[in-house]
Design a protein around this ligand. Structure first.
Ligand code: NAI
Length: 347
């Protein structure tokens, strides 16, 4: 029986994991606390750790994991930008869930577009107050407009299909463009300048890396069409939020739909309705009538939660049985003997 320390637990995590767990194989201790240098000592006596998007996995935490002989951390998410893989390399194996439901995230991005455009969130409140007036609810036809998709991996590709389904022309950007796929799906790869200049809606589906940090900065915003709609369901750090606020204030940015925010760690996933928001940028964003913020819920569907639990438990099983770790992420190494590198699977 292997003992797992599970951090940042919510009721829905517990439910989805308990539905899949074999109690003879794993015993999970569900901690509400996030993993951080302050809480990392909780891992004492466990065989593995399960962490999520806003847990801290920096050098300080990884040193504690090493000290406590934790050989494996299973991230119950796809992104791993919060992990110091260099510090973990050779000591702690990091596993992830590469795909649990790309549909969940792409469909949420589409929901943000439709809500912002047709203002259904406002209509809902109005009609409940017996206000049946239409003034201020005018939208635009998506049909015939141009969408720009940045990142054409699993989620970006589903998003492209949805947008094509609306009758939109789609432009895409990716450092690894699959031209055959683009031809098959009826969209075009272009450089970022062309994407910014021609898109009415821009949706981000690339990972957060050193290269993509603040990809959408003041210069990028300046290059976009006036009134553009920006949708971010990827990672908050892709957007320089101060520049976004300036763009919204000047009217250059027509709409922003954000499921992620660069400083979301302190706020998202928690009920803080009785608290004061000390983050002035988040507070300012929440005042714009043309901004819709959801708190990192893109992944949050029944199907995705079930897949996350199944893959995470499978990742732990493979590690403890000494089997191949297909879902491992590791620091990009230069070791010729690295099996992953030989197989072209080095991240
Ligand atoms: P993926 O790995 O399948 O695709 C990412 C794509 O981005 C790849 O095609 C890659 O070539 C491309 N890319 C890399 N650097 C780029 C750059 N500089 N410019 C443009 N494209 C670039 O990843 P997947 O599954 O599609 O997920 C995308 C992102 O969505 C994840 O990195 C994660 O941050 C986010 N995500 C958000 C969730 C939510 O709940 N809101 C849930 C799951 C993922």
């Amino acid at each position: 029986m292997k003992r797992i320390a599970f951090f940042d637990t919510k009721s829905y995590d517990r439910r989805s994991f308990e539905a899949k767990i074999d109690s003879k194989e794993f015993e999970i201790s569900f901690f509400e606390a996030r993993l951080s240098p302050k809480t990392a000592d909780l891992v004492k006596g466990f065989d593995g750790v399960c962490a999520f998007v806003n847990d801290t996995l920096d050098t300080r935490v990884i040193d504690i994991l090493k000290r406590e002989n934790i050989g494996v951390v299973a991230m119950r998410c796809a992104g791993y930008n919060n992990v110091d893989l260099k510090a973990a390399f050779n000591n702690v194996h990091f596993l992830r869930v590469p795909a649990y439901s790309p549909y969940a995230v792409a469909e949420h991005a589409a929901a943000l577009i439709l809500t912002l455009n047709r203002r259904t969130h406002k209509s809902y409140l109005r009609t409940r107050e017996s206000n049946f007036a239409l003034a201020g609810l005018e939208g635009f036809d998506l049909h015939g407009k141009t969408a720009g998709v940045i990142g054409t991996g699993k989620i970006g590709r589903i998003m492209i299909r949805i947008l094509r389904g609306f009758g939109m022309d789609v432009l895409a950007h990716d450092p690894y463009p699959d031209q055959e796929y683009a031809q098959h799906e009826g969209f075009h790869f272009v450089d970022l300048d062309a994407l910014y200049a021609r898109s009415d809606i821009i949706s981000l589906h690339c990972p957060l890396t050193k290269e993509t940090h603040h990809l959408i900065d003041a210069d990028a915003l300046a290059a976009m069409k006036p009134g553009v709609m920006i949708i971010n369901t990827s990672r908050g750090g892709l957007i320089d939020t101060k520049a976004l606020v300036a763009g919204l204030k000047s009217g250059k940015i027509g709409y922003a739909g954000l499921d992620v925010y660069e400083e979301e760690g302190e706020y998202f996933f928690e009920d803080l309705s009785g608290e004061i928001i000390s983050d002035d940028i988040l507070a300012r964003l929440l005042t714009f009538p043309n901004v819709l913020i959801t708190s990192h819920q893109g992944f949050f569907t029944k199907e995705a939660l079930a897949n996350i639990a199944e893959t995470t438990l499978g990742n732990f099983r493979a590690f403890f049985r000494g089997e191949a770790l297909d879902n491992e992420v590791c620091y990009r190494c230069d070791r010729p003997e690295c099996r992953k590198k030989r197989e072209g699977r080095c991240f």
